[in-house]
Write a protein that binds this ligand. Structure first.
Ligand code: CO
Length: 134
């Protein structure tokens, strides 16, 4: 059911420094920062030949990743995003299998303008999983 690895998201304590490190030290193609107030994050996308890395920094008081950064002050991997063809079919299949879908279970529009859902990390070996309809 899951397809390509769309991106790996990493929460970072300093977005500009992280972007610069990916650009100059790792030699990757890096986007300008993009504020997504509805998701409580500012993101920088690192484009790789076969996938993307999403650098995340908290935006606003309500940011869901502020706590993550508190617990992981030097940053850390936050989630993996897999592509699916049909997000509602994927959700229904996962729910039937006992997996917990976060929030109200309805897809939201994610950072790439496509419907996304998040799955509980306890159901996937300690890893927060995002599904994005490709
Ligand atoms: Co993501």
């Amino acid at each position: 059911m899951i397809g390509r690895l769309n991106h790996v998201a990493i929460v970072v304590p300093d977005l500009a420094a992280a972007a610069e490190s990916y650009r100059s030290t790792l030699g990757a193609k890096v986007s300008a920062p993009l504020a997504l107030p509805e998701h409580g994050v500012t993101t920088v996308f690192v484009e790789l030949p076969n996938s993307k890395i999403e650098l995340l920094f908290p935006l606003g008081e309500e940011s869901s990743i502020a706590k993550f950064l508190e617990n992981n002050p030097s940053g850390g991997m936050h989630h993996l995003c897999y592509e699916v063809e049909d997000i509602l079919a994927a959700r229904d299949r996962l729910k039937a299998a006992g997996a917990r879908v976060l929030g109200d279970g309805e897809p939201r529009i994610g950072a790439h303008g496509k419907p996304v859902l998040f799955l509980h990390p306890k159901d996937f070996f300690g890893t927060l999983v995002e599904l994005e309809q490709a």
